[in-house]
Ligand binder design. Sequence first.
Ligand SMILES: [Zn+2]
Ligand SMILES: [Zn+2]
Length: 143
Amino acid sequence: MNDIIKKISSNLRVADGRCPKGHSVMTQKRKFDGQAAIALQVAVGGRSGTIYLNSFYGRFEYDSEIPLSDKDIVNLTCPECGVSLHIETICKFCNVQMFAVHLPDGGQVEACPVVGCRNHSLKIVDLDAQLARMYVDETKFQM
Ligand SMILES: [Zn+2]
Ligand SMILES: [Zn+2]
């Protein structure tokens, strides 16, 4: 099963990321690699703004309205409702709470909010549903 996930994740993109309350965090205003970015509200040291993240899994490109420096611990919230995106999971390298973007079918992408830390993971709750979705996309592509 790990092999399958590795194979999927090399091209996996968050196409429909959401906050825990179900608001879409995708934006067409900024694109990375030609695809819609993930837009989150970011706060650090009393300043806040929007941060745009590359929606491809494992790519760490970002564009922030507020200046960020290495080792800053950012606080991330939903731009729509302000709910915190931080979760119980602790980054084993930085010892801080990670954040998550929710995916359809109950999965989530988790990442560390420390600038420069690349710890992240993908949680797929229902692998069959994810594969079914990919299969559907592939069928469409062939038509
Ligand atoms: Zn929200
Ligand atoms: Zn970390």
